[in-house]
Design a binder for this molecule. Structure first.
Ligand SMILES: *Cc1c(COP(=O)(O)O)cnc(C)c1O
Length: 229
């Protein structure tokens, strides 16, 4: 078994174990394999070991990589910041955009989504811990943005994504993720058809699963340390 395959296996076991601990069914949590900064060969290796959904932060890098991987049946998620001048690339090269935090970006993605592709799956990124310099809509603005996204014809609103500051220890990690889960629950009570709560990474996936995550985004534990931050 290759290192990447063995790492993937370990991550799957961590997810399964956390689900059991949390009294959840393992099918409720999907794994997004975060391949940013790693090349096409690494993606191929992960795909051969069963990974089917890949997360990328840097849009130009992702598009170049995808061009070399066109033969793979893979789903691509944009999990990095989306500037206005990159919306066309995201709309035409990705299956999901998880980092929508402004209506203007959502509108451009909807307008630019090619007619031959299904609607782009979208998560609203929420700044759940209130970091001042961070992407993500403030929690109290999430409902309004979600409603606006829901009305856009070429987008399919799926849920919320959060990327809190690293917290030390299970209890602190879980407390932050619980806030996202509460917001997710409130939005669903308001009638929004959300099925995805994207949170949890290499360091805190167990805490995120306990708090209700339905998608963990894992890079380091699968591919190893990145050179670039
Ligand atoms: C890099 C990144 C991840 C993966 O983080 P790891 O700690 O390497 O597992 C997940 N989500 C986002 C938004 C990222 O930028």
């Amino acid at each position: 078994m290759t290192t990447i395959a063995a790492n993937l296996q370990t991550v799957r076991e961590r997810i399964a174990h956390a689900c059991t601990d949390a009294g959840r069914d393992v099918t409720e949590v999907t794994l997004l394999t975060v391949s940013k900064t790693f090349g096409p060969d690494a993606v191929r290796e992960a795909h051969a070991a069963g990974a089917t959904a890949f997360g990328e932060n840097y849009i130009q890098e992702a598009v170049e990589k995808q061009a070399l991987l066109g033969d793979l049946d893979a789903e691509w998620h944009c999990i990095g910041p989306i500037q206005s001048n990159k919306t066309r690339l995201v709309a035409s090269h990705f299956d999901w955009a998880q980092t929508v935090d402004r209506l203007k970006i959502a509108q451009r993605l909807s307008e630019q989504r090619p007619a031959e592709l299904p609607p782009l799956n979208v998560c609203i990124q929420v700044n759940i811990d209130g970091g001042p310099n961070k992407s993500g809509v403030a929690p109290q603005e999430a409902l309004e943005l979600a409603r606006a996204v829901l009305a856009l014809p070429r987008l399919r609103l799926r849920g919320l994504m959060s990327l809190p500051e690293p917290a030390e220890g299970f209890a602190a990690q879980r407390a932050v993720h619980e806030r996202a889960r509460e917001l997710f629950g409130e939005l669903r009570l308001q009638g929004l058809p959300l099925d995805t709560l994207s949170m949890g990474m290499t360091e805190d996936l167990e805490a995120a699963i306990h708090a209700g995550s339905t998608m963990v985004r894992v890079g380091t534990a699968i591919f190893g340390r990145r050179d670039k931050p």
